[in-house]
Design a binder for this molecule. Structure first.
Ligand SMILES: NC(=O)c1ccc[n+]([C@@H]2O[C@H](COP(=O)([O-])OP(=O)(O)OC[C@H]3O[C@@H](n4cnc5c(N)ncnc54)[C@H](O)[C@@H]3O)[C@@H](O)[C@H]2O)c1
Length: 324
C-alpha cells in the first residue's frame, strides 16, 4: 500500500492559493441548493467552553453535489485581542467522500471570512434589487470587508457608507474600499447615515445576547435589503418587523439560538436561503419590498469552500504533505 498522506495548509498558504470570491459564491449557491432540497447533512454544532464568553465549536457537514465532507473546529476567545492574539482561530479537516480518509488539514480563518461574505451575496442575489448601488456597512472589520467584496461581485455598486465605533476604523476601511474596489466611500458619524438611503445594509459589529438595537423603525428604505452578520444585535424589534421577508441560512439553528435567548424580537421567518435558491419560496417579488437575511454561518459554507482550496493548492504546489 502506498504511503497515506494529507496536505497541511497554513493560514498564509490558504490565502496564497488564490481562490476567488466568485468561485466561493458559486459553490455556496450549490450548497444552499442541496440544503434546500434536504440533501446536505449538517448536524447541530456541539461546543465546549473553557472561559466566559469563549467557545470551541465542531462544525461537520456533507454536501453530496460537491463531494465535500469534513469538519471545522473553530474557537472564539474574546480575551485574545488584549493578548494580541486573534479572536477567531481554527482548523478544518477535509475528508474523502468515498473512503473517509483525511485529505487535508487547513487553517480556517480565511475561509470563515470569505464564506460569510459569500453567504450574504447568495441571499442578496434572491432578496436585493439587482440595481443596488449604495451599501451601508456598520462594523468595518473583517466581515465589513468580505461582505463588500462578495456584494461587489453581483451588484453594480457605486458607493459605500461606512460607520464604525472604533477610532479610525471607518477611515481606514474607506481608504481601502477606494483603493481596492474603486468605489466611492463615505465615512459617516451617525449609524442612521449608513442605513437610510442605502440599497443594501450590512451590520457586522459584535454579537450580543441583549441587542444594542441601534437601528430603529423607519431607517431602512422601502426596497432595501439587509444582511445581519452580527445576528440581531444591531436591530430593534420594530425595525426588523418592518421587513416583508425575514430569512436565515438555517431555520432550526436560528430556533435553537432563540431558545438560548437570542432573536427574541424577530418577525416570523419567511424562508431559508436554501428555499430561495431552490425556488421553493420566491425571493424579492417587487422593487418596494424590504428584505432581510440573518445568516448564522453554517458548516455547509466552510465545506463548500474547502475542496476548491484543496484542489487549487495541489495544482499550484502549495502546502506540506504529511504522513497519516
Ligand atoms: N454570521 C456569521 O456567519 C459570522 C461569521 C463570522 C463572524 N461573524 C460575526 O461578525 C461580526 C464581525 O466580525 P469581524 O470578524 O468582522 O470582527 P472585527 O473585529 O474584524 O470587526 C468588527 C468591527 O466592528 C466595530 N464595531 C464594534 N461595535 C460597533 C458598533 N456598535 N457599531 C459599528 N461598529 C462597531 C469594531 O470597531 C470593528 O471595526 C462579529 O460579531 C462576528 O461574531 C458572523
Amino acid at each position: 500500500m502506498s504511503e497515506l498522506k494529507l496536505l497541511y495548509l497554513s493560514r498564509a498558504e490558504v490565502e496564497a492559493v488564490g481562490v476567488t470570491m466568485p468561485e466561493i459564491i458559486a459553490a455556496l449557491e450549490v450548497a444552499f441548493g442541496e440544503h434546500g432540497q434536504g440533501k446536505a447533512e449538517m448536524p447541530p454544532k456541539p461546543g465546549v467552553h473553557s472561559r466566559p464568553d469563549a467557545f470551541i465549536h465542531a462544525m461537520p457537514a456533507y454536501i453530496p453535489a460537491l463531494r465535500a465532507i469534513g469538519v471545522k473546529w473553530v474557537s472564539g476567545y474574546p480575551a485574545n485581542q488584549a493578548r494580541g492574539l486573534p479572536y477567531i482561530t481554527g482548523l478544518l479537516i477535509l475528508n474523502d467522500d468515498e473512503t473517509g480518509l483525511p485529505l487535508a488539514v487547513m487553517d480556517c480563518t480565511w475561509i470563515t471570512a470569505m464564506r460569510t461574505g459569500a453567504a450574504t451575496a447568495v441571499a442578496a442575489k434572491y432578496l436585493a434589487r439587482p440595481d443596488s448601488r449604495v451599501v451601508g456597512v456598520l462594523g468595518c472589520g473583517v466581515q465589513g470587508r468580505s461582505n463588500l467584496a462578495a456584494l461587489n461581485v453581483l451588484f453594480p455598486l457605486k458607493r459605500v457608507m461606512a460607520y464604525d465605533t472604533g477610532p479610525g476604523n471607518a477611515g481606514r476601511y474607506a481608504a481601502e474600499v477606494r483603493e481596492r474596489w474603486g468605489l466611492e466611500a463615505v465615512v459617516v458619524p451617525e449609524p442612521r447615515q449608513a442605513v437610510t438611503g442605502c440599497d443594501i445594509v450590512v451590520t457586522a459589529g459584535p454579537i450580543l445576547r441583549t441587542p444594542h438595537a441601534t437601528i430603529q423603525a423607519g431607517w431602512l428604505d422601502a426596497g432595501a435589503f439587509a444582511s445581519l452578520v452580527d445576528y440581531d444585535s444591531y436591530w430593534s424589534g420594530p425595525a426588523m418587523r418592518e421587513t416583508d421577508k425575514f430569512c436565515t441560512d438555517d431555520i432550526p439553528q436560528l430556533e435553537h439560538n432563540r431558545s438560548l435567548g437570542y432573536f427574541q424580537e424577530i418577525p416570523p421567518i419567511y424562508a431559508s436561503v436554501g428555499e430561495l435558491v431552490t425556488g421553493r419560496k420566491p425571493g424579492r417579488q417587487s422593487p418596494g419590498e424590504r428584505t432581510m437575511t440573518c445568516n448564522l454561518g453554517l458548516a455547509l459554507d466552510d465545506m463548500a469552500t474547502a475542496p476548491i482550496v484543496y484542489r487549487r493548492a495541489i495544482e499550484r504546489g502549495i502546502g506540506t504533505w504529511l504522513p497519516l
